[in-house]
Design a protein around this ligand. Structure first.
Ligand code: FE
Ligand code: FE
Ligand code: MG
Length: 177
């Protein structure tokens, strides 16, 4: 913990407990997003699965970096990042979408939903700190920028797939849900 880090936030009129709660929830979201992408990249199948799996794996790494940055700030502010995976689902805002259907198009749709939720989370956090806590504001802006890019990357893949019926068939394989 940094004494001054905490002091500056409180002096700026921010409810520190409320901020830590939101940061921790976002931290839990990031671990779930990381795993959803990571395992999605492993199980992906169907048309264009290799290309899509590559993007999912890349995003997994970026979600883990977000978790890293959030943990650092939570500790700096005297909080404790979720210390058990039990808390990830419990304290998460966006939850976890199990990739039961490994079709790459279905995985994309699930992850787009996750990114849209993440964008809402960081917009809310930004509103809490904007103009008051420059350090958290900077962190949240950086992550928000990444999440917007993630959403766009996945949408582009989804659209290019749908636009080209010959190379991309969004229908799941027979026998799958
Ligand atoms: Fe993230
Ligand atoms: Fe993301
Ligand atoms: Mg990307």
């Amino acid at each position: 913990m940094g004494m001054k880090a905490k002091e500056l936030v409180i002096r700026a009129g921010i409810d520190l407990d409320a901020l830590l709660k939101e940061l921790n929830s976002a931290y839990c979201d990031e671990w779930l997003a990381y795993y959803q992408y990571w395992i999605g990249a492993k199980v992906a199948e169907g048309k264009m699965f290799a290309l899509i799996a590559q993007e999912l794996a890349e995003h997994a790494g970026e979600e883990l970096e977000h978790a890293e940055k959030l943990a650092k700030r939570i500790i700096e502010l005297g909080g404790t990042p979720a210390i058990s995976p039990d808390l990830w689902l419990k304290d998460s805002t966006c939850g976890y979408l199990t990739p039961e259907n490994p079709d790459a198009m279905h995985l994309l749709a699930q992850n787009i939903q996750g990114e849209r939720c993440a964008i809402e989370v960081y917009e809310k956090l930004l509103n809490m700190v904007a103009g008051k806590d420059p350090i958290t504001e900077h962190l949240v802006r950086e992550i928000l920028e990444d999440e917007l890019e993630h959403e766009q990357d996945l949408e582009d893949l989804h659209n290019s797939c749908n636009a080209s019926a010959k190379t991309c068939d969004p229908k799941p394989k027979a026998g799958r849900k």
